[in-house]
Structure formats: structure tokens, C-alpha cells
Design a binder for this molecule. Structure first.
Ligand SMILES: Cc1cc2nc3c(=O)[nH]c(=O)nc-3n(C[C@H](O)[C@H](O)[C@H](O)COP(=O)(O)OP(=O)(O)OC[C@H]3O[C@@H](n4cnc5c(N)ncnc54)[C@H](O)[C@@H]3O)c2cc1C
Length: 420
């Protein structure tokens, strides 16, 4: 079978794949995107960050997203018994910029981005599962099977792996390294009729602090609320991860009981392991990884979609430069890899802190000296990358959390301390 010829092959049509493909097509490249599912398809990851807004604007999808989804103006951290809470409105961040984001139904959101890629000229092929790839000094090839059973072969100058947690390339090359300190499971569903705040706080994400893990409560459009629990394996205590598990855990929280009083579950109970990992290499000769295919960090700060998309924009710039130079070796993409490692690294440190009680205690009672609270708010909005003014304050916040371990700077959370 003769391979069809393109300039760039993107495998995976999630937010990272759709973004890199759209950007490259707009820069004049001949791009094909293979997505194994037929959209719309379910995906977890519903809470977005304000820093994504300029990216949506650049892609040209902002008006469509405003029409479809609930705005999110802030995040709150709250204890299971609802006695202590802290609200972080994005408008109070250190960095000026967008003060809102969206809470989205991912099936719909991902579809908007993928349709937009097709509009930009990307040859989008859904139901196209890539099973093999090969790269050498001259070209990149992939092959796979369509839903119809038909086989396909594609050839291009460059391959982008955007396969999310499936990590096609890193998996096959044995590059994926698990983060042994962040090994959690997650169980979640959707409810109708759950209580929510009103006014500008309606779309706030609530992060509910359990002794061993945490819950997300994400209000969506049409009276739906996404609820999910994330915790280390030991919190399972031999129980099956099913609806009774979810009910038992909800019953242990005054905050969640109150929110869900009178609500009904309207989606299946789903589970996913959300172990964090990173690929030892993210670029090679004629290939690179974007989004979750490159690295994934625990979802507590809702960074996945934003980091995947901003990385995809960076990747598109680097790939375009390579076309201009006519050179596609790993060294040409080293800058992109360093940038991803640095950006994700900042968030990874903050996420690790979140699983330490002394850190969360401070998050509930942040000092506003030196505008530390504003810096944390900006980090939560997505400004954790390329901002020195945020970075040094966040580093100081982490140092204060260490100090809080031995010298109380904030009220203790006994449940979390005992479980640590
Ligand atoms: C429990 C949990 C909660 C989360 N919550 C949030 C949140 O609130 N906010 C947030 O921003 N992020 C969240 N995330 C992270 C977020 O889901 C991901 O970071 C994001 O979806 C990554 O986008 P992506 O485009 O890299 O990959 P994906 O969105 O996973 O897209 C990859 C695509 O590739 C396709 N694919 C895979 N293999 C192949 C193949 N062989 N051939 C063709 N196609 C293929 C898949 O079908 C899929 O459509 C959460 C993650 C978890 C686990």
C-alpha cells in the first residue's frame, strides 16, 4: 500500500493535538490528524484556567466557548466539615490578565477545538487508530486501522504525538517514568440538582480537603455538577471503586452532603488512575510529544488542558522553524523540551506540596505579606510559567510551608496530619 504524503502527522485529537495541528495549518503546513475515537467522546478534565483564554482567542473559538460554557471566576479550598475555607478569586491575582475561565463538558469542548482544526485546513480523520510509527533521518511514518477495518499508512516530514495518557511514542520507546510520590486513583460522576453558589461564584471550583486526598466539585451548565474524589491507593482500604464507595465517602463530608442534598446522579460512575509521569525525552529526530503524551501531573490545580495547549503552541513554533531551516533533528527541539520541563516542574513542586498537611494549612490561611496570596492566585490561574514575580513568591510560600511544619503559622488540620 502506498503511503499518503503530508508535511506533519498529528496523532491524537484532544486539546493539545487539535491546537498544534490548527497552528501548523495556519502557518501553511499540510497537516493530517488521526484520532481513534469518533467525537464527541467522554473525557475527564472539565475545569479550565484563565491563562487559556488568550489561547482560545488566538484559535478563534472564544465566542463559541462563551456561548456554550459556564464562566469560572475563582477556586475555593474547603475542609470536609466546611468549617474552614479560602476563596481565591482570579481577579485578585498578582498578574493582570484574564480573570475568568470556563467549566466545560469535555466531549463538547474537544469537539469545538477539533472542528476548528478542520476549519483551519487540517485533514482530520476520526476513527483512525494509529498502531505503529517509525521515524528515520528522512521521514516519519505511521500506520493503523480505521473503524471500518481498513488499514492506512501515512508519511510526513514530522510526527507529533498527542495521544494523551496512551503515550504512543514514549510508551513504545520505553521513555515513560512514573512519579512514585504521586500515585492516586480517581472516582467521579455527574449529578443534577446539586447546590452551587450564586452570582459570580456560581462557576467556582471547590477543592474539598479529605484526610488522605481531595474532591473536586465543578459546576457545569444545565444544572450538572461534576464530582470526583482523588486519593492514594491506601485510601481504598480494600473496597471496590463503585457507587457505594462514592456514597460512603460523600457521607463522611458535611460540605458534600449539603451540596448533594436532593441531587441525582446522571452519569456513570467512572474511575481512572491518575498517576503522574513524565517522558525521559520529549523530542527526537522528526518527532516530539505534546500534552499528556509528554507528561502528566496530578489534576489538583486543573493544569492539564492549559499546559497541553500552551505547549502545543510552543511546539508549533518550533516545528515551523524547522521547516524554514529544513532540519528536523532532536537538537532543534531541545528548547521546546527545556521549556516544557521547566513549566511543568513549577507545578509539580506545588502539587507535591499540596499532599503535605503543612502546605494545605497555609493555603487555607495565606499571608498577604509581599503579595504572597496574589502570587498563589496567579499560579492557580496558570501564571506559573515564565513569571519571575510569581516564581520567587511561590518558592517563598513553599519555604513557609516547610517552616509551618515545625512552627505553627496557620491553624492545624488534625485529620490531614494524622493521615500523612
Ligand atoms: C482525574 C483527572 C481529572 C482531571 N481534571 C482536569 C481539570 O479539571 N482541568 C484540566 O485542565 N485538566 C484536567 N485533567 C487533565 C486533562 O484531562 C488532560 O491533561 C488533557 O486532556 C490533556 O490533553 P491532551 O490533548 O494531551 O490529551 P487527551 O485529551 O487525552 O487527548 C488524546 C487523544 O488522543 C487519542 N488517541 C490516543 N491514542 C491514539 C492512537 N493510538 N491513535 C489515534 N488517536 C489516539 C485519544 O482518543 C484522545 O482523544 C484531569 C485528569 C485526570 C486524570
Amino acid at each position: 500500500m502506498a503511503a499518503e504524503r503530508f508535511e506533519v502527522i498529528v496523532v491524537g485529537g484532544g486539546p493539545a493535538g487539535a491546537s498544534v495541528a490548527t497552528e501548523l495549518a495556519r502557518k501553511g503546513r499540510h497537516v493530517v490528524l488521526c484520532e481513534r475515537e469518533q467525537f464527541p467522546r467522554f473525557h475527564i478534565g472539565e475545569s479550565l484556567l484563565p491563562c487559556s483564554m488568550p489561547l482560545f482567542e488566538r484559535l478563534g473559538v472564544l465566542p463559541e466557548l462563551e456561548r456554550r460554557f459556564l464562566p469560572k471566576y475563582g477556586a475555593e479550598f474547603v475542609t470536609l466539615d466546611a468549617k474552614l475555607s479560602r476563596h481565591y478569586p482570579f481577579a485578585e491575582g498578582l498578574v493582570e490578565g484574564s480573570a475568568s475561565a470556563f467549566q466545560v463538558d469535555r466531549a463538547e469542548f474537544d469537539q469545538v477545538l477539533l472542528d476548528n482544526a478542520a476549519k483551519a485546513g487540517v485533514d482530520v480523520r476520526q476513527g483512525a487508530n494509529v498502531t505503529r510509527f517509525d521515524t528515520d533521518t528522512r521521514r516519519a511514518c505511521v500506520s493503523g486501522r480505521r473503524d471500518s477495518g481498513e488499514r492506512f499508512e501515512l508519511e510526513a516530514d514530522f510526527l507529533v504525538d498527542a495521544t494523551g495518557q496512551k503515550s504512543l511514542v514514549a510508551g513504545r520507546l520505553g521513555l515513560r517514568r512514573m512519579d512514585t510520590t504521586l500515585r492516586n486513583f480517581s472516582i467521579f460522576s455527574h449529578y443534577r440538582g446539586a447546590k452551587r453558589y450564586s452570582g459570580t461564584r456560581e462557576g467556582d471550583i471547590s477543592i474539598v480537603l479529605a484526610p488522605q486526598g481531595w474532591w473536586w466539585v465543578i459546576p457545569l451548565k444545565n444544572d450538572r455538577t461534576s464530582l470526583g474524589y482523588v486519593a492514594p491507593a491506601k485510601a481504598q482500604r480494600g473496597r471496590k471503586l463503585d457507587e457505594s464507595f462514592l456514597k460512603e465517602e460523600i457521607a463522611a463530608s458535611e460540605f458534600l452532603r449539603d451540596r448533594l442534598d436532593g441531587a441525582e446522579r446522571v452519569a456513570p460512575v467512572r474511575t481512572i488512575s491518575d498517576w503522574s509521569y513524565s517522558s525521559e525525552r520529549m523530542v527526537g529526530d522528526r518527532w516530539l510529544l505534546v500534552g499528556d503524551a509528554a507528561t502528566f501531573i496530578d489534576p489538583v490545580f486543573s493544569t492539564g488542558v492549559y499546559l497541553g495547549m500552551i505547549g502545543a503552541f510552543r511546539a508549533a513554533d518550533a516545528i515551523q522553524r524547522s521547516f524554514e531551516r529544513g532540519r528536523f533533528s532532536a537538537v532543534d527541539f531541545a528548547g521546546y523540551e527545556r521549556w516544557v520541563q521547566r513549566g511543568v516542574g513549577t507545578y509539580r513542586k506545588f502539587v507535591r506540596g499540596f499532599y503535605q498537611p503543612e502546605f494545605v494549612e497555609l493555603l487555607l490561611q495565606p499571608s498577604d505579606r509581599l503579595r504572597l496570596r496574589g502570587a498563589v492566585t496567579s499560579l492557580l490561574a496558570g501564571h506559573g510559567i515564565d513569571r519571575l514575580d510569581v516564581a520567587w513568591r511561590v518558592a517563598l510560600f513553599r519555604a513557609l510551608a516547610q517552616l509551618n511544619r515545625i512552627m505553627p503559622l496557620a491553624p492545624r488540620l488534625p485529620g490531614r496530619r494524622e493521615a500523612a
